[in-house]
Design a protein around this ligand. Structure first.
Ligand code: SF4
Length: 636
């Protein structure tokens, strides 16, 4: 049995934003239907006479790990076809056993088929699996089959702690995955309430052992949290080829509400540094912003860390804004407080990286004091680099003389109609013959682990027999979210646009140019973390994109920026057909003018500066008309 940690936090002295009068519509629905939806949701899901559920229950589906959706490409033809997306969390990305993978693969065959009729498994940047296009009459059978083999969809979406991400690399120094398991378990919502809706018979079933554990859990409010909360854990490992000790920041942890970096002394974890306030989502036409987490402090032991996490989430739960979902994340508490302290206006600092971080850090300092008032101790943070944002592709020797293989999966989409080949069959065959353990990586790939040396040739043979080739750096370093056909919030294609874009750039000879990554998102929520890529395309409206670029080293604390000069924001709504020539021009400029020590396009852009880049694009024959037609006046 785990050690019982008790928390008795008195947070009564803090401002409480929760007020009957001001609760936003989603909060009211959470209150009226109960957070997980209760009997009302159960009845709606069992009613197969209609393809959807009442709109006021959409918010309650989410903590249960699902969204109700419709294909936005079909809406343009006047067809609204309802279906569900089911997301399965895997704390730290796994481990998924070979048997469980094959069960998941079978469930995809049975229930989750894309519009082309092929079974599909979609890996995500939060190390989860998504099944798309689930019809209502398949929803309960799918969830029940998952429950029967020990998987729950709880916490995968919704206003709660989401799937905790962690470095997937195997390490004998720090097991980030094990910590993700503890955090995931602690912040899991009540399973029993979920079963009552989706599988009441299972509660009394002999197969049900999942409710018998005595581990303590986070005490969620009846409304859950005001908004989602994400936690990411960095890794630390020894490169077996060089003997070097390295930090692994594969989950790009500072993009999380809470980020955890282990501090290592003599090849052992000595304590943990915590950062808070990251989150990349924005909302069009609202004063909102992506933000990276800043340092809070150092917690001495794992127990102290868990107590600290409990306090951070509890304070967010108590004082996060429940009146306005666009300002309800942890980052918003910090920024509101920081703005109060400094007397600045958010509009004045949005495009000033130095002031922006100062305001966040003022908010973090205040937040830290509030935690300390609860009797929780931690030390001041130190300057620390969370490490390289590894993709972990190809063969990696593990510390225990076994091997991992990082299998790049374009956009995390595993299906047999991929332009790369029969990816689903390939993965199934590898799993059957090689029997690796499986971790989903934060780059939507698969890390196949614990492979003995004798199985290396088998895996290599399967790759070549499936014509799985060598793909360009540009292709394997780039990423897109699902986009239009399977996300109700998308306004432009993302996944389906990445391949044509990369193919064109490869034809121009840019495939293996050093230091370029492209991220695409179908809207401003940035699920693909695209604002951390060198070149970012963000769905803006009606199939058009905004271009954002990084100015500075991509793995450091930078977010890609709007192109602003003389009160104009450029390239705000780029029609899809203009995006490819535009990006070609931008990359060509880098290729021709970079210096020999400039290792990435973002460093090149930092040197030449935004003003000169805008001037160049305004004068270039291919891009000048676009620059004149896609700007907006910026008045802040
Ligand atoms: S970024 Fe937008 S379009 Fe893409 S998956 Fe997220 S919400 Fe959907």
């Amino acid at each position: 049995m785990s050690e019982v940690i008790t928390f008795n936090l008195d947070i009564g002295t803090l401002e409480i934003a929760l007020s009957e009068r001001n609760l936003c519509a989603d909060e009211l629905n959470k209150r009226d239907n109960t957070f997980l939806g209760g009997l009302k949701l159960k009845n709606e899901l069992e009613d197969l006479s209609k393809p959807d559920v009442d709109k006021d229950l959409h918010i309650n589906l989410k903590p249960n790990g699902m969204y109700i959706q419709f294909d936005r490409t079909l809406v343009k033809q006047g067809i609204k076809e309802w279906f569900f997306m089911v997301r399965i969390p895997f704390w730290g990305g796994g481990d998924i056993s070979p048997d469980d993978w094959l069960k998941l693969s079978n469930l995809a065959e049975k229930y989750s088929r894309d519009e082309d009729g092929f079974a599909s498994i979609r890996l995500t940047t939060r190390q989860t699996i998504q099944f798309h296009r689930i019809k209502k009459n398949d929803l309960l059978p799918l969830i029940r089959e998952l429950i029967e083999f020990g998987k729950t969809t709880l916490n995968a979406c919704g206003d709660n702690v989401r799937n905790t991400t962690a470095s997937p690399i195997k390490s004998d120094i720090f097991d980030a995955n094990a910590l993700a398991q503890k955090i995931g378990m602690y912040f899991q919502l009540p399973l029993e309430d979920h079963y009552k809706i989706f599988y009441p018979d299972y509660l009394s079933s002999e197969k049900n052992s999942s409710l018998n554990n005595t581990t303590v859990s986070f005490q969620y409010d009846v409304l859950g949290l005001p908004r989602k909360l994400k936690i990411g854990i960095g890794g630390y490992f020894i490169d077996q080829a060089t003997g070097e000790e390295l930090r692994c920041n594969a989950p790009d942890i500072l993009t999380n509400d809470i980020a955890i970096v282990p501090l290592i002394a003599e090849k052992k974890v000595s304590c943990y540094q915590v950062f808070i306030g990251g989150s990349l989502g924005q909302k069009n036409r609202k004063v909102t912003f992506p933000s990276l987490a800043g340092p809070l402090g150092i917690f001495e032991t794992e127990k102290d860390l868990m107590i600290g996490l409990d306090a951070i989430v509890k304070i967010q739960q108590q004082i996060g804004d429940r009146t306005n979902r666009h300002w309800s994340r942890l980052k918003n508490i910090l920024f509101k407080k920081g703005l109060d302290i400094t007397g600045k206006k958010i509009e004045d600092v949005l495009y000033d990286e130095v002031w922006f971080n100062k305001i966040r850090d003022c908010g973090i300092k205040w937040f830290g004091e509030e935690i300390k008032k609860l009797g929780i101790e931690f030390k001041d943070p130190i300057n620390i680099d969370p490490g390289k944002v590894y993709r972990h592709h190809g063969w990696i020797k593990q510390w225990d003389n076994k091997y991992s293989y990082g299998l790049w999966i374009e956009n995390g989409r595993i299906k047999n109609s991929s332009h790369i080949g029969k990816l689903k069959s390939l993965v199934d065959e590898i799993v059957t013959q090689v029997k690796p353990n499986i971790r989903i990586t934060p780059f939507q790939d698969l890390l196949l682990t614990d492979i003995s040396e004798s199985k290396i040739d088998i895996l290599n043979g399967l790759l070549s027999s499936h014509n799985y080739g060598t793909y360009s750096n540009l292709r394997t370093n780039s990423l897109a979210c699902v986009g239009l056909s399977t996300c109700p919030l998308a306004v432009a294609e993302s996944e389906k646009f990445l391949n044509p874009l990369i193919t064109e750039l490869e034809k121009t000879g840019f495939g293996n140019l050093e230091g370029i990554s492209i991220g695409i998102s179908g809207c401003e929520r940035h699920c693909s973390r695209n604002v951390r890529f060198d070149i970012s395309l963000e769905g803006k409206t009606d199939g058009a994109y905004q271009l954002k670029l990084l100015f500075g080293e991509s793995e450091k604390e930078h977010l890609s920026a709007d192109l602003i000069y003389e009160k104009k924001k450029y390239l705000r709504r780029i029609p899809q057909e203009h995006a490819i020539p535009l990006i070609k021009v931008i990359i060509e400029n880098y290729y021709i003018n970079k210096t020999s020590d400039e290792k990435s396009i973002s460093l090149f852009h930092q040197r030449i500066g935004m003003k000169n880049l805008i001037k160049f694009l305004k004068e270039n024959e291919i891009t000048k008309q676009l620059m004149n037609t896609t700007y907006e006046l910026y008045t802040a």
